[in-house]
Structure formats: structure tokens, C-alpha cells
Design a binder for this molecule. Structure first.
Ligand SMILES: NC(=O)C1=CN([C@@H]2O[C@H](COP(=O)(O)OP(=O)(O)OC[C@H]3O[C@@H](n4cnc5c(N)ncnc54)[C@H](OP(=O)(O)O)[C@@H]3O)[C@@H](O)[C@H]2O)C=CC1
Ligand SMILES: O=C1Nc2ccccc2C1=O
Length: 304
């Protein structure tokens, strides 16, 4: 698995556009079934800027907007990389997919998107138990394998898993191993759970980083990391956001970001024409590690 230009190439040769546009976080509209025309326009703007990798999930309830944005823009399906995620719920299991299983959930999502397949299908979280879901984590993984076998998902993977959760799947010698793992990752949270980034690497699993820009909106003006990032941003004639995204890439990790602003979307994509030195990457890691910020899955993984 390696970064080659603006793509990550997996061990089996599959390539993934190296930065994704997310339709969760600021667009997240679980429980609201009205069509968000701002997001339809946002997807069109992302495509017009040059994004081809779109990150969605059942729980975001934004697949109709994504499909509509793709059709309005007139993008060729084969030029896009679309991710969807099964809504497993969290530890409390208060909310979760209403579909019978991950395979059925994907079929329902495909209908809402108006597409035939997704490029990547993930279990959004590992909190899956026979008692609550009717199937366990391993059986959930089998549903993803079925989706892959039938061409409904080109690649399958996981999100927010611990090392132990991944081992539960690997131990069973699955037909397909998880190829991608999406986690919260940025300079302020360099391991969502202990040892996870190293574990993914060791097993040839591509890590994706959600919330890669957290230091910008979670830092304060006296922050030593942000001061340093600003300094190197001016050296490379880039913005702080571009430096933080580049730092993610140079750690071998694929950033998933988002914005409603056309100029920011263009900036996010303009990160492939410069390289931070090894010292600069190490300095960002070191300065970032002096502060810890977790934004998601706090109940499950602990407030920092
Ligand atoms: N698997 C999972 O459990 C999760 C997955 N995700 C996925 O990851 C995607 C991205 O996550 P997200 O946390 O939004 O990613 P980022 O950390 O990249 O944050 C994006 C936000 O940063 C803001 N921003 C960018 N630059 C600046 C700046 N200079 N000053 C102030 N604000 C700035 C943008 O605001 P603006 O719009 O104003 O430009 C945008 O809302 C989600 O949409 C979702 O698809 C996210 C969370 C959990
Ligand atoms: O985008 C997201 N927003 C969230 C909030 C809580 C849990 C998961 C997510 C996402 O994936």
C-alpha cells in the first residue's frame, strides 16, 4: 500500500483517490428526510473542484443528496470512488440501522443513491452483537463479503475498530480481509485506540483519517503546533489546512475532509505538488502529541 501521486494503491493493485469529500459531520441529517439542496450543491461543487472520492454512510442520511449531486453534475460513475457505511450503532445501541443486516442496508443505500455499486463498504463501528443485532461481528463481516462477491461493493473495510476487533475478524481466516480502516486521526489524535495505526500498516490495511483538520478548529491561537504549521505554510506558500492534510498523507494515511466553501475545496486538493521534509513531519507529530482531542466515540473510547 503506497501513495502514488494523488492515489493510494492497495496491495492487490486497487487504487483509491487520495483525499475524500465527506457528507457526514456538518451535513449529517439522521432523522431528517427532507432533501438538503445545499448538500446537493455541495456535492456538485466538490465534483467541480476535482473531488472524485465521496464518503457517505447510512446514518448520515445524505445518500439521496449525493446521488442527486452526481447526476446534476453529470459525473461518469466509473470516474468516482463512493464509500458507504453500515449503521451498526454505538455501545448504547439506542439508534441503529433499520435494515435486517449490512447486506440489506447496502441494497437500500444503493437504491437511494441511484447507483449499482459502491467502491468501498465499511462497518461504521464494531459494536455489533448477536443479542442486539441478530448477528455478531464475524457474521456482519460475512455480509460484507457477500456484497463484494456480488459486485455491490468493490472493496470492503471497517471503521472505528480496535486492534482486538480486527483480530476477531482476522482470526477466522476470512475470505476477504478488511482493506481499509477509517478512524479519527489528526495531529491531536495520532492513535484513536492503542496501536491501531501501526497494526493497520502491519496488516496492509489502508488507514483513512476523518477529522484531519481538527487542530485548526480545536486549537487556540497560542498553540505551539498551529504556530509551527503556520510557519511552514508560509515557507511552502500553502495554508495551514494544506500542511495538516499533507502531514496525514505523508504518514501513509488517506484524509477525509469536507467544506461548503468552493475555495477551501480547491485548496484541499492542491496538496500533491509539495513534500514536507522528514523533520517537518516529525515536528508536527511531536508538537501535536502535546495535546489530545477526541471528538467522536467518546463514550466508547474515552474522553481525552
Ligand atoms: N467513520 C466515522 O465515524 C466518521 C467519519 N467522518 C467522515 O469524515 C468527514 C470529514 O470529517 P470532518 O471532521 O468534517 O473533517 P475535517 O477535520 O477536515 O473538518 C472539516 C471542517 O473544517 C472546517 N475548516 C476547514 N478549514 C478551516 C479553517 N481554516 N478554519 C475554520 N474551519 C475550517 C470546514 O468548515 P467549512 O465548511 O466552513 O469550510 C469543515 O466543516 C465527514 O464528513 C464524514 O464523511 C467524520 C466523523 C466520524
Ligand atoms: O460524520 C459523522 N458524524 C458522526 C457523529 C457520531 C458518530 C459518527 C459520526 C460520523 O461518521
Amino acid at each position: 500500500m503506497s501513495l502514488e501521486g494523488n492515489k493510494f494503491v492497495l496491495q492487490d493493485g486497487t487504487s483509491i483517490p487520495a483525499i475524500g469529500f465527506g457528507t457526514g459531520t456538518k451535513w449529517f441529517k439522521y432523522g431528517d428526510n427532507s432533501l438538503n439542496t445545499k448538500l446537493v450543491e455541495g456535492v456538485e461543487a466538490a465534483l467541480a473542484s476535482g473531488f472524485v472520492h465521496l464518503d457517505g454512510a447510512e446514518v448520515y442520511n445524505t445518500d439521496r443528496e449525493t446521488g442527486e449531486g452526481i447526476r446534476k453534475f453529470g459525473a461518469d460513475r466509473s470516474s468516482l470512488f463512493i464509500t458507504d457505511k453500515y449503521f451498526a450503532g454505538d455501545l448504547s445501541y439506542k439508534a441503529h440501522s433499520i435494515e435486517a443486516n449490512p447486506y440489506a442496508a447496502l441494497e437500500a443505500s444503493l437504491t437511494r443513491y441511484g447507483i449499482e455499486y459502491v467502491d468501498l463498504y465499511l462497518l461504521h463501528a464494531p459494536f455489533i452483537k448477536k443479542a442486539t443485532h441478530g448477528f455478531d461481528l464475524v457474521e456482519a463481516w460475512r455480509y460484507l463479503e457477500k456484497a463484494k462477491d456480488e459486485g455491490k461493493a468493490r472493496i470492503i473495510g471497517i471503521s472505528n475498530f480496535t486492534v482486538e476487533d480486527i483480530e476477531t475478524i482476522l482470526k477466522l481466516n476470512p475470505k476477504y480481509k478488511p482493506q481499509v480502516h477509517q478512524i479519527e486521526y489528526n495531529a491531536y489524535l495520532q492513535n484513536q485506540t492503542p496501536g491501531i495505526v501501526e497494526f493497520d500498516k502491519k496488516h496492509g490495511i489502508l488507514t483513512e483519517a476523518y477529522s484531519p483538520l481538527a487542530p485548526i478548529y480545536k486549537g487556540d491561537s497560542n498553540d505551539s503546533l498551529l504556530k509551527y504549521v503556520e510557519e511552514i505554510a508560509s515557507k511552502y506558500n500553502k495554508t495551514s489546512g494544506q500542511i495538516l492534510l499533507r502531514w496525514v498523507l505523508q504518514n501513509g494515511i488517506l484524509p477525509i475532509t469536507t467544506s461548503s466553501k468552493a475555495d477551501r475545496l480547491k485548496q484541499y486538493l492542491d496538496i500533491f505538488d509539495f513534500t514536507l521534509s522528514e523533520d517537518e513531519v516529525a515536528n508536527i507529530s511531536q508538537l501535536g502529541s502535546t495535546k489530545k482531542v477526541r471528538q467522536y466515540w467518546l463514550t466508547e473510547y474515552g474522553k481525552l
